[in-house]
Design a protein around this ligand. Structure first.
Ligand code: C5P
Length: 227
């Protein structure tokens, strides 16, 4: 699998997700299953993806005491997912326990630093001092020091984190829009080419592919734009 694309599957019905999976080539993309679909359909959702040959990023952003998060990560690894994530703000011991729990599997573990939906004021309100950028940098470094394989971040943050943490760290970026496409509710977007040039290793892309009249063609156009 050389494609850096991860298609976000966000649907209220399993049949809608499987119809989308059946229109995409698993050799050209991975897929992301998040809280909406996993809460409704559970492991069956992940299995529907894997049966069709797709590698799965299980985006459940675990955040709990170390023992509980370690157990959740073990469960995800046992499902056979390619990648999963935890909140870096759960702390070093939580992240170390999560990483240790899945070390015998090939699954990747990445951290969520500061949700991109949070404003400077909201970050201050929950008690973090400093700018969002300073908090992202601190939590990304803590994730790396705790044994995680990478982080989720905005493509706008990718170049800085890549410079700070070096080459051996996955940067998974949503907020990616092909040139000329509708930005939807995303505010600060980058094109796939620019995100990769900034240091992203995987690009989470939803509606520009899933909302296209021909999703597979949209996927191929994006791959052509970055080849
Ligand atoms: O449709 P779109 O390309 O905006 O989908 C992006 C996906 O990435 C969605 O599943 C969204 O929940 C997720 N995501 C995001 N921004 C973040 C974190 C996750 O858009 N900061």
């Amino acid at each position: 699998m050389k494609s850096p694309i991860i298609v976000a599957l966000d649907y209220p019905e399993l049949a809608m997700a499987t119809a989308m999976l059946d229109r995409l080539d698993p050799a050209m993309t991975r897929v992301k299953v998040g809280k909406e679909m996993f809460t409704r359909f559970g492991p069956a959702m992940v299995e529907a993806c894997m049966q069709r040959g797709f590698e799965v990023f299980l985006d459940l952003k675990f955040h709990d005491i170390p023992n509980t998060v370690a157990g959740a990560c073990r469960s995800a690894a046992d499902l056979g997912v390619w990648m999963m994530n935890v909140h870096a703000s759960g702390g070093r011991r939580m992240m170390e326990a999560a990483a240790e729990a899945i070390q015998s599997s090939s699954a990747k573990l990445i951290g969520v630093t500061i949700l991109t939906s949070l404003s400077q004021e909201e970050i201050a309100e929950i008690g973090y001092s400093g700018t969002p950028e300073e908090n992202v940098s601190r939590l990304a470094a803590l994730a790396k020091a705790s044994g995680l394989d990478g982080i989720v971040c905005s493509p706008r943050e990718a170049a800085r984190i890549r410079a700070e943490l070096g080459p051996d760290f996955d940067l998974v970026t949503p907020g990616v829009r092909p040139a000329g496409s509708d930005t939807g509710d995303q505010r600060r977007v980058m094109t796939p080419r620019d995100a990769l040039d900034a240091g992203a290793t995987s690009l989470v892309i939803g509606r520009p592919i899933t909302g296209a009249p021909d999703p597979q063609s949209a996927l191929e156009e994006i791959l052509a734009s970055i080849s």
